[in-house]
Ligand binder design. Structure first.
Ligand SMILES: *Cc1c(COP(=O)(O)O)cnc(C)c1O
Length: 383
């Protein structure tokens, strides 16, 4: 089976993890802060807070921005459920902004329309979470402009996008957002097995996320409500979690970081080859906009309406041929849990129409040209 995504692990990665196993620290040692500084420096952000997953990092980010009951949060319906769940963890209400069909990203036009309407209704969001689908940035400059006009905060869900660029700058620099989150799940661009990270240029947000990652406990005297009882003293000042990343994960992440640019370049090469090989077929790859350099986490195509082939048949046949294509994503609002909360089919028509034609073809650094040729040939036969 050719998987749609897969980690790429070399001897340096293995050595890095083994070295930690032989060291004094399996958790709360030097590797996590080193990983945080390296990623922050790479992205041009002031600080980074590592966590045991991007889901945890998104939760920490929402909490740091004071999202709570009664608040409204908007995200994209074409994303992994975690982009929306993080708001629900905080007791907030979630709503979605429809996408643009060409890129699969949140539509700025629809966002502007929805904001204007929400202003009249008194239902403006406190936070918007754009998702950089497949590794290509949303139009952050425009979204940021709207945030200033309407007064909402921004978390970039950049789980797909480490190594990508927006307007010539690394995604993760938080130039147009309060916080940016990356995922290091094995299918993503680089991996720490499980792991995630939140970047920010705001010291207060960073400090809050650090505290909440570890039970809401502090040992910084200035953050305490009374003076210490002795050298053992720490205080729990708020309700936090254990969302810490281990030293093993950070060591793997650090080692993978050395290969990040190489991985992204390889993904671009494979994507370009797909573009060429698919040119004469009734499919459209996601549009790449000129101000973005995608990290190419995913290679997504849309079946043209002109094809008589049924979307689900194409999936079935590709999988029967050993090609594990995937669909990113089932619109979140159509998940049973979200339908129970009042969303229904027809709410976000562009997302739903995208869902009816999108296919993710295999793409990862170790995909061979022969495998790619096989995938394209099989697809060609089917269409
Ligand atoms: C993978 C992913 C997440 C969750 O990442 P984990 O590290 O697995 O928690 C969140 N949002 C998006 C868009 C993702 O693709």
């Amino acid at each position: 089976m050719i998987p749609y995504g897969k980690q790429s692990i070399d001897q340096d990665d293995i050595d890095a993890v083994v070295n930690v196993l032989k060291s004094d620290w399996l958790t709360q040692g030097p590797k996590v802060p080193e990983f945080e500084s390296r990623v922050a420096a790479y992205c041009g952000a002031q600080s980074a807070v590592a966590a045991n997953s991007a889901t945890s990092a998104l939760h920490l980010a929402c909490l740091a921005l004071n999202i709570s009951e009664g608040d409204i949060v908007w995200t994209s319906p074409i994303s992994f459920v975690a982009s929306a769940n993080c708001a629900l963890y905080c007791g907030a209400q979630i709503d979605f902004v429809d996408i643009e069909l060409e890129t699969g990203n949140m539509s700025v036009g629809r966002l502007a329309e929805k904001l204007a309407y929400a202003k009249i209704q008194g239902t403006l969001p406190k936070l918007v979470i754009p998702v950089h689908l497949a590794g290509q940035s949303c139009d952050m400059k425009e979204i940021h402009k709207l945030s200033q006009q309407y007064g909402f905060k921004i978390i970039e869900d950049a789980s797909h996008a480490i190594g990508g660029l927006y307007k010539g700058k690394k995604i993760g620099g938080c130039q147009f957002s309060d916080i940016t989150v990356f995922s290091f799940h094995p299918v993503k661009i680089i991996t720490s097995a499980e792991g995630g990270l939140a970047l920010s240029n705001n010291k207060k947000l960073v400090r809050t996320m650090q505290r909440l990652r570890s039970h809401g406990i502090t040992n910084v005297p200035e953050e305490m409500t009374e003076t210490g009882h002795g050298p053992w003293y720490y205080q729990q000042v708020e309700l936090g979690f254990n969302y810490r990343m281990t030293e093993l994960q950070a060591a793997l992440g650090l080692s993978q970081l050395n290969q990040l640019d190489k991985f992204v370049a390889r993904r671009h090469l494979l994507a370009k080859q797909y573009d060429m090989l698919l040119r004469s077929m009734p499919v459209d790859p996601l549009l790449q906009t000129s101000d973005c350099y995608s990290a190419f986490h995913l290679y997504i195509i849309k079946l043209n309406l002109s094809t008589k082939k049924k979307h689900s048949d194409v999936f079935e046949k590709l999988r029967e041929s050993g090609i594990f294509c995937q669909l990113h994503y089932i619109p979140i609002h159509l998940q049973p849990y979200y339908e129970k909360r009042g969303f229904r089919s027809g709410d976000f028509p562009v997302a739903e129409s995208y869902y009816s034609c999108a296919i993710t073809l295999p793409l990862h650094p170790n995909l061979t040209t022969e495998e790619q040729q096989y995938i394209v040939t099989k697809l060609g036969e089917l269409l």
